[in-house]
Design a protein around this ligand. Structure first.
Ligand SMILES: Nc1ncnc2c1ncn2[C@@H]1O[C@H](COP(=O)(O)OP(=O)(O)OP(=O)(O)O)[C@@H](O)[C@H]1O
Ligand SMILES: [Mg+2]
Length: 375
């Protein structure tokens, strides 16, 4: 199954291969990584709502639901026309059995051409649950938690009810992320669950403490090892507040889910020391082996290098791993899969910067030497 993205915001073209279990997306800032992951999330989420097999029959309902998600996320469709090429957006969902095209005429979304080749849908991914962990997730969580508490408090006051309040729109991947965390229900999960084992490993070796969910306040709290503290996220380190949502999703949602989950995670390295980034990549590799699909964006050369070492160590399967690099062109960015084999993925993202820094250093040292000799 593939999602073909054309002229969508900053992107000229990108074909996201959803048959890969692990997808890592690199590229400079502002280049379309988040646009591509957020729109893929919205397509998949709505697809799962109506069922892949029944999409042909439910196309109208799918269209309505997707439109709602789309406008909540991107607001103005006119803004999405690629300003580099001036061409209108086109999104195509392709499986062996169907091809669904979502296009814009500049004003509205149009859906067409669901072709069914035979009765059995063979190309649909085996995915039952989908989650999106956006960038700046700790700040978003704290801001939205505070906002929802203020809102609950204000709603109780009679005066408030008489006034009109404009609530700013929140992109759907972000609101889904927050609602997912707020609606956590503690469920009984088997002790030998592999995902829970990985969560415990993360808590013990990375967070050095446990993340809990307070069902009363509907908030995450952190208990550092060997303490009786129950700290609000605003009182924890940036590493803890950044990773706690990841741990909570895994512990309370993914571990107890039936079927395969796919998690989109933006910049998991944010706020983490390189050592922690490397450990996190090890955990991601194990999660993928435990049948959790991951699509991540990243700017971390540490995570990239660790991914390659894990491929060399046969802990990440290059066959089911996709390494994408987005690059600028005159008509917008193009996302392409770089060669990824048993020796790892080609570095088409970090090498230039590393080389430039190294050469700059050589020049500066040389200058220093020449200066010293002249004195
Ligand atoms: N219609 C458009 N045409 C061209 N460029 C656009 C359009 N709409 C948005 N952009 C650009 O796309 C950017 C957003 O892209 P996106 O969020 O996907 O970047 P990213 O690759 O995730 O970057 P980062 O690494 O900083 O998160 C905007 O900041 C803007 O510069
Ligand atoms: Mg981004």
């Amino acid at each position: 199954m593939q999602i073909r993205i054309r002229n969508f915001g900053p992107i000229k073209s990108f074909d996201l291969d959803l048959s890969k279990k692990f997808t890592v997306i690199f590229g400079k800032n502002n280049i379309g990584k988040s646009y591509s992951t957020s729109v893929t999330y919205l397509i998949l989420k709505n697809l799962m709502k109506f069922g892949y097999e029944k999409l042909d029959a439910n196309l109208t309902e799918f269209g309505e639901s997707f439109r709602e998600s789309f406008y909540a996320t991107y607001e103005d469709i006119g803004n999405l026309t690629n300003r580099f090429s001036q061409k209108g957006m086109k999104l195509v969902l392709c499986t062996d059995a169907l091809e669904l095209t979502i296009e814009s005429d500049g004003k509205k979304l149009l859906f067409h051409n669901v072709a069914t080749a035979g009765n059995k849908l063979t190309g649909s991914p085996d995915i039952s649950h989908i989650h999106y962990l956006p960038a700046s997730r700790s700040g978003l969580y704290q801001a939205l938690s505070a906002f929802s508490q203020i809102f609950a408090e204000l709603s109780r006051s009679r005066g408030f009810l008489k006034k009109k309040v404009d609530i700013p729109s929140i992109p759907e991947p972000v609101s889904d992320y927050f609602l997912g965390l707020s609606a956590i229900r503690k469920r009984e999960t088997e002790d030998d669950n592999e995902i829970l084992r990985l969560v415990r490993e993360m808590e013990k070796n990375i967070l050095k403490g446990e993340v809990h969910f307070n069902e009363e306040t509907k908030q995450m709290v952190y208990t550092p090892c060997h303490t009786d503290l129950s700290l609000d996220m605003s009182l924890t380190s940036s590493m803890v507040s950044e990773l706690s949502p990841v741990v909570s999703y895994l512990k309370y949602i993914v571990a107890s889910a039936d079927g395969t989950s796919i998690i989109f995670i933006e910049e998991p390295e944010a706020h983490l020391h390189p050592e922690t980034q490397v450990r996190l990549m090890e955990i991601f590799a194990e999660l993928v082996r435990a049948n959790v699909r991951i699509v991540m964006t990243s700017h971390s050369s540490y995570m990239f290098n660790k991914m390659n070492n894990l491929i060399l160590d046969k802990k990440i399967d290059p066959e089911t791993t996709g390494t994408v690099v987005f690059k600028h062109t005159d008509e917008g960015s193009v996302g392409t899969y770089v060669s990824t084999d048993e020796l790892g993925a080609d570095d088409e993202n970090f090498l230039d910067v590393a080389e430039k820094l190294f050469n700059e250093k050589l020049e500066l040292v040389e200058k220093l030497d020449t200066g010293e000799r002249a004195e």
